[in-house]
Design a protein around this ligand. Sequence first.
Ligand code: ADP
Length: 793
Amino acid sequence: MRAQPEHGPEPGQTGTGSTFPGRLVDVAPVMLWLAGPDQLRRHFNRRWLEFTGRTLAQELGRGWLEGVHPEDRDACQRALQAAFAARQEFRTEYRLRRHDGVYRWLVEQGIPLWEGRAEFSGYAGTCLDATDRIEAEREAHAQRERLLVTLASIGDGVIVTDARARTTFLNPVAEALTGWGRDEAQGQSLDLIFNVVHQRTRSKLSNPAHEAIRTGKVIGLANHALIISRDGCERAISDSAAPIRSREGKVDGCVLVFRDVTEQKKAEEARLYLSAIVESSDDAIVSKNLNGIITSWNQGAERIFGYSAAEAVGRPVTMLIPREQLSEEDDILARLRRGERIDHFETVRLTKDGRRLSISLTVSPIRNREGEIIGASKIARDITSRKQAEEAVLESQDRFRTLADNIAQLAWMADASGSVFWYNQRWFDYTGTTLEEMRGWQWQQVHHPEYVQAVAEKYRRHVESGQSWEDTFPLRGKDGQYRWFLSRAVPIRDGSGRIVRWFGTNTDITDWKETQEALRRAQAQLISSNEELERRVRERTARLRSALSELEAFSYSISHDLRAPLRAMQQYSQVLLEDYGDKLDPDATRFLNYIVAAGARADALIRDVLTYSRIVRLPYEPRPVDLEKLLADVIRQDPALQPPRAEIHVEHPLTPVLGNETFLTQCLANLLVNAVKFVRSGVTAKVRIWTEERPPNIRLWLSDNGIGIAPEHHQRIFGMFERVHAPKEYEGTGIGLAIVKKAAERMGGRVGLESELGRGSRFWLELRPADPTSESLRTDHASERLADRHSHA
Ligand code: ADP
């Protein structure tokens, strides 16, 4: 820099070196001084002297230094020395005492002075009072320093932008949260540096700085903001943006302040969780201070004790304690003060309406941050129903044990794995063992060595599959004898269907087994003796059969052979009567008539016996028989069955039956002849015939208006030669019904009657029905004719 004309000579100009040029210098509005090459001051202008209020003499030389502020004096001198040594212009600032004693800041500038071209002749200096500016500057600087220190040390992140939201400043916290260094962020768009998204939706959130700049208002950021740093770290933040205004009030920037609230949020969430747990708990959760005054009361407490939170908070906790239990509270408080926790203490408490509840109490001390105990939290669980259930369980266990010890079976229980943990008394009584000896799988000791392995394996399989188990095996009693047991076990399941235990019983079946064995032996004997019996019956039957058939053949041949001489006797008697009747006396004629009649009776008898024996011997094969046709044939062939002697009425149709025409002809003929014969004299016989369905049979009925048969004779008259009436009254052989019965039996049918004396009789014959569609119904009935029993009629 070059000296100003008023401050000193132009280069090459010669000056006095000791004085200012006259008046101009003294009237100049600035303070001036001159110094020689020895640094001593040679002159001060009037301005200077007026300022300091001192005389020139006082100031000259080093005198002026007295007015320099002691704090600045050294620095001032050093600056001057350095400048003098270098012969260079200098600029310095120091405080100089004014005439009123006040120090003012001066800005001093000095330029070296030259005599001629090369000779240094000292310095000329000018001073200006710059107190206001310097103090303002100093203050601004201090403020700035303070601000920077503050920004560097506060916990919030601060970003400052210009009016176009370009970053001008970041404090260290902002650097950490954004991941941007202060220098690299300088001039960058705030949006790039301050990257904020919504915590859940992850949509980008608008930067509040823009709005603050636009509106000139302080803007808070929405909740749930998440800042994503340059390297991808995410932190929850809360923030706000405030506009920076110039002195004229124009918005020329923005300061964004934000804070990492991750921890705060976590703490808040934890607190919310905790209070939700407390509120939703079924247990009463109550806190109290050390004076026993309730300080909090959850819904569980309201439900259990009946007081609302408003009613309970602020009142002594003793309101819940029955009088006789009040000392408990003192005890609890004393233990709390010692910092002890009280766990599951079972006691009784009172509800608002005076009911007593069994509760389980857990009391823990509450400490403040410094660790001092300030109260207690109580958790009370209503165990009234649990207590009742426990009692009920005990009672039912008692009942069960009494029952189990008194049943006739041995009983036991095993856990889900099949390991036995309980036996009833009977088990111990029978086996003579103790629970210790039998626990788990030790029961195998009392099993028979031959069976035990199979038994244990089967039991294990059932335990694994969860299916009921049943087995039979011998168990050793305390007397060393084995007895047989039938054992059963069923799984017992809990509410979720999981097997919790097995319950088993063993029933002594030794006696049953022995009875069973005896029964089996008896049965075997029975079977063998039965076989023997049958064999004998078969033998005898065979013998009887052969004897019978011999007899039949014999009686048939006798009857047959008897007929020829009998006929001869009859015919010759008849000849005698016809040819010599008039020569015989009446007695001889009467005797001859007796012989003829007896011959006729013997012939009828023989004929009937022959018929009977033929019925017995004829081979039988069932065939469908048309009863209508057969009946018509029988009636047509016997004059005794024709009017006026008889009126026979058939109720059509008659159901066809399964049988044999020869046999049926015999049956119908005999029954009809009887019906017509056994009427009182002079009465016309009226016979009605019909069939009736008697599933699975058909019953053929013949009803007459005859003399009837007393019930005591109903069975007998079907026997051979059995008659109710004497031959004089009604002639006959007593074989007719025997033939009917035999024929019916041979066809697999039955005969019977309903009758009373004097009321007519109803004979019936029951046979199987014929298949009505059968062709053979139409065969010729008369194909097989027997000797006509009724030829005499
Ligand atoms: P009989 O040759 O005497 O008819 P039966 O064996 O046919 O022999 O009958 C046996 C007896 O049953 C008869 O003597 C008679 O007393 C009695 N009897 C049979 N049928 C009738 C009837 N329809 N009414 C009354 N009595 C009967």
